[in-house]
Write a protein that binds this ligand. Structure first.
Ligand SMILES: [Zn+2]
Length: 112
């Protein structure tokens, strides 16, 4: 019985961490795309649809986020050391009726 209780509380997600979902809120320029970071922050990006080379949104733990067409490529271009990150990509519904890629670069070694 105790084994069973413990297994209920120690269930960890399979595989490395990534956000379980993104919160998307429409703005005049595009959308605010936010997630609950594992470091405790409410992290994200104020995505501007008109800015093709927008800076990635960053979190204090080193995560970087990009949204929209080519999000993964743009994110990779902004990483000084791409090998130090893993990239998690999800397709997210945007307020203007499109699915957009949301790409998150997560440092393999989180900032201390
Ligand atoms: Zn964080």
């Amino acid at each position: 019985m105790f084994e069973r209780v413990r297994s209920l509380f120690s269930s960890k997600p399979a595989g490395p961490w990534q956000p379980s979902d993104y919160r998307v809120v429409a703005t005049e320029a595009g959308a605010n795309v936010n997630y609950d970071c594992y470091c405790g922050c409410d992290a994200g990006i104020a995505f501007d649809r008109a800015d093709a080379e927008q800076e990635a949104g960053s979190c204090c733990c080193g995560n970087l986020i990009q949204v929209g067409a080519g999000a993964v490529a743009r994110l990779n271009r902004q990483l000084t050391d791409p090998a130090a990150y893993r990239i998690a990509v999800q397709s997210v519904a945007m307020p203007w009726g499109e699915q957009s890629d949301v790409a998150l670069a997560i440092p393999e070694q989180p900032a201390p």
